[in-house]
Design a protein around this ligand. Structure first.
Ligand code: IMP
Length: 431
């Protein structure tokens, strides 16, 4: 498995952090390829829980090279804090490298995010307010600040000379009264550049060298397929490309280098933010799943909307990502339910809807077609770990039937099964 992409198949929060950390054991290089501080990846090692917004989830394995690719938008203040926190907990990721081409989330992007959300009315996505959309917008508009600019006072001054007055006018037009100080922005960001100088590099070369040397490379996505700017629930998604194609662009390697794509599927569906959600649960057992699964945003703390596993969404993901295997997570959270349901399709306006619609008004009218499956027992975290230790055959028959049904419905084999937050609660069924 030399070059593998890990991608979320739903609306993010599928457990990518845990699976990336697990797969990182056999990788040499772990690359985060898109998104920014909107992500919240949780990794549990022993009794220690780590939450990352920017650092690749492989960072806890200190011998691995970790890379923040050009497709990521970097908030340098947050990145430095994450590194300091790790240092304080005894982890020193000496090998972390950040692409010189990655764009920088500037303080004005966060102000802009808030002002624009306020003015967007029904089009507001319920963003994480971390400046993600405005940063990617500036990148495409070609006046973004890149990591390499933080190393060059003249280049940064030249850009801020143009951008600061422009942002100031924008704030005013959006009803904002914040005043930007070019001198402060310059000082703060040159300081960040100094602090990160040794880590800022041409990471495309680094990753390519690793591939040429036959090393195993893991490409880690943030968010999920249905938040993708092209393939997601536009305009309610994020501003980057979490899909596997984004891994090639965001890591700086050609698509022919990628060997496999693992799609992370949570055993149910969750969603933060606004927009239609056909398989959403509005009653029992929604609260139970939210509480047992701690379904509250890692970044914002917002309660997540929850619903049944939706085959239409995962089939879509299989297609646009070219999935080669599924990693099914959080099956333990559904433990104790008599019946577990799966959405097999939708109906709207008296017709069957078999493909995930681009039309958000149609999606909002879609009713789920649900099939029922017998549930499995509620076990303690320790019991799940013990079961994982005994392998696939030890799983409850009803859970195996649920997994078989999913694999058949989306035509992708199950590669990994996760029945708890720790590394040990993972079953690898790859041949
Ligand atoms: P933004 O990425 O902050 O611009 O937010 C856009 C939409 O994507 C909002 O609905 C967010 O709640 C959602 N979103 C962004 N990042 C994540 C994530 O990591 N997990 C789940 N939802 C996310």
């Amino acid at each position: 498995m030399p070059v593998t992409v890990v991608v979320g198949t739903q609306w993010g929060d599928e457990g990518k952090g845990k699976i990336t950390d697990y797969l990182a054991e056999s990788a040499d290089v772990v690359v985060r390829y898109q998104g920014g501080t909107n992500a919240g990846h949780t990794v549990k090692v022993g009794e220690e829980v780590y939450k990352f917004q920017l650092l690749p989830s492989g960072i806890l394995r200190e011998e691995k090279t970790c890379v923040i690719g050009n497709g990521v938008v970097v908030d340098p203040g947050v990145l430095l804090r994450e590194l300091q926190d790790l240092n304080a907990r005894g982890v020193t990721p000496a090998t972390l490298r950040i692409s010189e081409r990655a764009h920088v989330i500037m303080p004005y992007h966060k102000v802009q995010d808030a002002l624009e959300e306020k003015g967007k009315g029904k089009l507001a996505a319920g963003t994480t307010m971390r400046g993600i959309g405005p940063c990617y917008t500036d990148k495409v508009a070609r006046y973004g600040i890149r990591m390499v600019d933080l190393l060059d006072a003249e280049a940064l001054t030249e850009k801020l000379d143009v951008v600061v007055p422009l942002k100031q006018r924008l704030f005013k037009s959006l009803g904002g009264d914040e005043t930007l100080s070019k001198a402060d922005l310059l000082r703060e960001h040159l300081d960040y550049g100094e602090a990160l100088r040794d880590r800022i590099a041409d990471t495309s070369v680094l990753v390519d060298d690793a591939i040429r040397a036959g090393k195993d490379v893991l490409l880690e996505g943030a968010q999920g397929t249905h938040l993708d700017i092209d393939h997601g629930v536009y305009p309610y998604g994020t501003s980057s490309n979490p899909v596997a194609g984004g891994a090639s662009v965001g890591a700086g390697i050609g698509p022919t280098r990628i060997d496999s794509v693992i799609g992370i599927v949570k055993a149910y569906t969750s969603r933060v933010g606004t927009g239609p959600f056909p398989a959403e649960l509005h009653e029992d057992p929604a609260d139970r799943i939210r509480e047992v699964g701690h379904e509250y945003g890692t970044v914002t703390g917002r309660p997540r909307r929850v619903g049944w596993l939706d085959q239409v969404m995962v089939r879509f993901s299989s297609r646009v990502n070219g999935l080669t295997g599924l990693a099914v997570t959080r099956l333990d959270v559904l433990g104790g339910l008599d019946t577990v349901k799966m959405c097999t399709g939708y109906t709207a306006d008296g017709k069957d809807v078999t493909e995930f619609p681009a039309d958000m008004r149609l999606l909002a009218r879609c009713e789920p077609v649900l099939e029922e499956h017998p549930g499995w027992p509620d076990l303690t975290e320790r019991e799940w770990v013990e079961m994982a230790g005994r392998g696939y055959g030890a799983l409850p028959e009803t859970m195996r039937a649920y997994l078989d049904r999913l694999a058949e419905a989306v035509d992708v084999p199950v590669a990994l099964i996760s029945i708890g937050p720790s590394r040990a609660a993972t079953i690898d069924v790859r041949a």
